[in-house]
Ligand binder design. Structure first.
Ligand SMILES: *Cc1c(COP(=O)(O)O)cnc(C)c1O
Length: 354
């Protein structure tokens, strides 16, 4: 399929690099294609960034048939431009699509569309330490009809947002609330899909924990509220003695690409990395025995997010003296180095587009 390009005639002023934050600014262009049962995916185009007209009866506004992805483009030291494992994000789109009865996309074509869009807006990729161009592909149903059924028409859209360093003062540890009342997902539900509804389900606990001074929520399994799942926009790892462990994928956890990268890097560098069930009791026990050496989250936005405090049922566990651990720092340096082309990529993670 060919991608028709219509360039903007009114380019925007780029924001100051220090003011970027996360997801506040959008570049000059976006990619759009449409789907209908008769035509399949059609009319692939890059057009000026701008609003869509939505009818009040648009199915997504009522029933949430919407999925998304998040990945980044980075500028290298010599003007190269890298994506990071984009084929994994596109494969995950199709897993999410399948769960939400959205038609499959052509993964290779979607990577090509992202490449063309990023190259067109490449002047928007910020260059400062820790900055990048965040890429947000998403799909939503566009039928105008209140009956509950899978939509017959969809839009696939990619927008780009220059984002600042996640860490203003280095890798600052975060405080996390272990949630044992609300749950995010259950097995058989949509936990493994990157879909809007999972985020809607997470907001209440997030708001309650935020009032208590915690920045994120650690979810427990939806049935026994005993086994650790993830942080909702991040997967979670624990260093217990010599083992670096993350909860195994069970259908209600999102299979993070950063999670997968961390497991591969740890194994390649001789660490004892494992995926298995981890109960909150095991973590409390390890903490009491002085064996809980590091805790960190993993996700595209922050890459590695050290955890300085976990609070479970009113009991505060201070991790590694509220400082960044050695393994967390090693992983952050290695993965961000691979992303920007300054650390040798033994894994084939980088995808150079310029
Ligand atoms: C996106 C996401 C993650 C992190 O996945 P990455 O591919 O590493 O960015 C973790 N949990 C949830 C619920 C997510 O939506």
């Amino acid at each position: 399929m060919e991608i028709k390009v219509t360039k903007t005639t009114t380019p925007k002023t780029k924001p100051d690099a220090s003011a970027l934050g996360f997801g506040k600014y959008f570049t000059d262009h976006m990619f759009v294609m449409d789907y209908s049962d008769e035509k399949g995916w059609y009319d692939a185009r890059i057009v000026p960034y701008g609003p869509f007209e939505i009818e009040p009866a648009c199915t997504t506004l009522h029933y949430g048939q919407a999925i998304f992805e998040g990945l980044k483009a980075y500028k290298g030291a010599n003007g190269e431009i890298f994506l990071y494992r984009p084929e994994r994000n596109m494969a995950r789109i199709n897993q999410s699509n399948d769960r939400l009865c959205i038609p499959q996309i052509d993964e290779a074509f979607a990577v090509e569309a992202i490449k063309q869009l990023v190259l067109l807006d490449q002047d928007w990729i910020p260059e400062g330490e820790g900055t990048s161009l965040y890429i947000r592909p998403f799909i939503f149903g566009t039928d105008n009809m209140l009956g509950v059924h899978p939509s017959h028409t969809y839009k696939f859209v990619v927008i780009l947002s220059p984002v600042g360093s996640y860490y203003k003062d280095g890798l600052a540890p975060v405080k996390i609330w272990v949630e044992d009342d609300y749950v995010r997902a259950v097995r058989g539900g949509m936990g493994f899909a990157k879909t809007a509804g999972n985020y809607a389900a997470s907001l209440k606990a997030q708001a309650v924990s935020s009032e208590k001074g915690y920045s994120q929520v650690l979810w427990l399994d939806g049935v026994e509220r005993k086994y650790i799942e993830e942080v909702g926009a991040m997967n979670i790892f624990f260093k217990i003695g010599d083992e670096v462990v993350t909860p195994e994928l069970n259908g209600s956890i999102l299979a993070g690409i950063t999670r997968d990268s961390v497991l591969k890097v740890l194994t390649a560098y001789g660490y004892n990395a494992s995926e298995r069930k981890v109960s909150i009791d095991e973590i409390v026990e390890a903490y009491k025995e002085g064996k809980l050496e590091e805790v960190f989250g993993t996700g595209t936005a922050a890459v590695i997010s050290p955890v300085g405090e976990l609070c479970f049922r009113g009991e505060k566990m201070i991790i590694n003296n509220n400082e960044i651990g050695k393994v967390s720092q090693f992983l952050y340096d290695t993965i961000t180095g691979i992303q920007k082309g300054t650390v040798e990529d033994k894994f084939g993670f980088t995808y150079r587009i310029k």
